[in-house]
Design a protein around this ligand. Structure first.
Ligand code: ATP
Ligand code: MG
Length: 318
């Protein structure tokens, strides 16, 4: 499944706040670039956490953050005028637009326009990259959390209707069509086993399907595994009896808690697989943080990429 996903030109990494979208975007980017692809990761977050963790300055123009992997940070304030520079190659027209009363009235009054422009940048990196620069094989978009992502993804459709045949309307239609082209662009939900996350992921799956962007896969992050289950721990507890109970009891309690958490995590994966399509599973790596965490997950993805397809696909049940 992962190799199937990586054939797309754009992966939209979506999901509930805090599930690991940014970490997964970076790890996927590193794994794909190490596999030989020219990758661009675009981070939407104004705080530009990815630029910080990769040790580069956030920039609207791509900056190489690792061999074969560049990063764009869509910092809101600068984006609009820079985008207009791209879509309006004529400086005269651009000056007229920027100084027009319509523009100064419209931009603060229509926050949706800013969103349109941010999502438009993604389209531009694929479709309008200057001819003298090599194209990206893969653009990974580290999107905002679910609710905001829906506003962002709906915007090109809305703008197409509002702006009609104008330059903005035409661009919006191109972007909307691109986002819905499943052969080139895949929405990927990141989820964890947390019950609230599972229900939000199912709801978000439906909402994305409603706007023509049914997700291609779920990356199940922070998978918990336990080599033995609750029953085995209970058997062990019975077999060692009460001798040294004071020392053993906390250990047995902890083992039971971990086994229960792993069992809940198993059920969450089954629910998501049944309702939201194929899962790509990534282990919980609580010992690692920051760049080290990204590296560990990149190695997990690299391993999945090297496996034959039958081992990585987990198809939803009929
Ligand atoms: N597989 C993992 N194992 C352990 N910790 C993880 C894993 N994935 C992510 N984390 C941790 O979870 C936290 C949230 O990760 P991250 O910032 O990538 O999430 P996000 O979805 O981008 O959050 P936000 O909604 O704030 O943008 C971080 O502290 C990160 O280190
Ligand atoms: Mg993030």
């Amino acid at each position: 499944m992962l190799n199937e996903l990586l054939k797309r030109r754009v992966l939209m990494i979506l999901g509930k706040g805090g599930v690991g979208r940014t970490t997964i975007s970076a790890a996927l980017g590193l794994a794909a670039s190490r596999g030989g692809a020219r990758v661009c990761v675009i981070e939407y977050d104004n705080r530009a956490p990815l630029a910080a963790v990769l040790g580069i300055e956030p920039s609207y123009e791509p900056v190489e953050a690792a061999p074969g992997m560049s990063l764009i940070a869509l910092e809101g304030a600068r984006t609009l005028s820079e985008y207009l520079h791209i879509v309006m190659p004529s400086p005269a027209i651009l000056r007229t637009v920027l100084s027009s009363r319509l523009y100064s009235y419209f931009v603060p009054a229509a926050p949706g326009l800013r969103e349109l422009i941010m999502i438009g940048k993604l389209y531009h990196e694929i479709e309008r990259r200057p001819a003298d620069l090599p194209p990206w094989d893969l653009v990974i978009f580290d999107g905002p959390a679910s609710g905001q992502a829906l506003d962002l993804l709906r915007m090109p459709l809305t703008a197409d209707q509002i702006f009609g045949g104008s330059i903005v309307g035409r661009e919006a239609r191109n972007v909307a069509n691109f986002l819905r082209d499943r052969s080139r662009c895949a929405a990927v939900q990141v989820a964890t086993g947390d019950p609230l996350t599972v229900s939000e992921t199912i709801e978000f799956y439906g909402a994305l399907a409603d706007i023509g962007m049914r997700p291609a896969a779920v990356i199940f992050n922070r998978k918990l595994t336990m080599p033995f289950g609750r029953a085995a721990i209970d058997r062990l507890a019975r077999s060692i009896g009460d001798g040294n109970g004071a020392q053993r009891a906390p250990l047995i309690r902890r083992a039971r808690r971990l086994a229960d958490a792993a069992a809940r995590n198993d059920r969450a994966r089954k629910t998501l697989r049944d309702q939201c399509g194929p899962l790509i599973e990534v282990e919980d790596q609580s010992a690692a943080r920051g760049r080290a965490l990204i590296e560990v997950l990149a190695a997990e993805f690299a391993q999945l990429m090297s496996q034959p397809e039958s081992q990585t696909i987990e198809r939803p049940r009929a």
